[in-house]
Design a protein around this ligand. Structure first.
Ligand SMILES: [Zn+2]
Length: 204
């Protein structure tokens, strides 16, 4: 991951990504592409918030990497909620381009399974760090913690069902795929409004 994004995650979530005080450095780097930055950021936002508000068990990341086209987030300790949030990020990752964060799918690159959007189907390295295909700066994509947290509640903390809903066309969103709308504040608002209606049993 691009060093600037790496540093941002460690600075935002110091209790999840601890620093080795003897050498003044954190214990690991993120071994995946920039496109999963928003996914990792959202998961950490929810977990750190839960620890602070509910005093749940501390959660310490030990390794974050790509494997077989999916995100693998290894950790020590943590609550059941944290485990569910990590599951959600991992279930979402095979649908999110590892290079740019747009909606993607599994492709085979040099015999390895990777997750890519159509624009990066053959790309191993993203030439323009931080910029998505839509011209969005990854740093400017609004945080997705609130959205992912609300979707998890809607699906009663079933991470797989939540990830499925976020990555398939939804009739009430004019058949748009929630993840493809989630990169903008307006899109997130639309999805959150729909989640609110569904929570209250209002058929859209
Ligand atoms: Zn891409």
């Amino acid at each position: 991951m691009y060093e600037e994004l790496d540093s941002i995650l460690c600075a935002r979530y110091p209790i999840i990504f601890p620093v080795d005080s003897s050498v003044g450095r954190r214990l690991f780097g993120f071994e995946c592409g920039d496109g999963w930055f928003t996914l990792i950021d959202a998961a950490c936002e929810l977990i750190q918030h839960d620890i602070k508000i509910n005093g749940t068990q501390q959660f310490v990341a030990s390794q974050v990497k790509e494997k077989f086209g999916g995100l693998r987030f290894y950790y020590r300790q943590g609550s059941g909620y944290a485990a569910t949030v990590v599951d959600l990020a991992e279930f979402l990752s095979p649908h999110v381009c590892e290079l740019c964060g747009a909606l993607g799918k599994a492709v085979s690159l040099f015999g390895w399974e990777q997750t890519r959007c159509p624009a990066h189907e053959n790309a191993t390295v993203y030439e323009e760090p931080l910029l998505t295909t839509l011209g969005h700066n990854l740093l400017l994509v609004p945080p997705m913690g609130e959205l992912l947290g609300a979707a998890l509640v809607l699906f009663e903390f079933d991470a797989q069902a939540t990830a499925g809903w976020l990555t398939q066309p939804v009739r009430a969103l004019a058949h748009a795929i929630p993840w493809s709308l989630a990169g903008s504040i307006d899109g997130q608002r639309q999805i959150l409004t729909l989640i609110g209606r569904l929570e209250h049993g209002i058929t859209p």
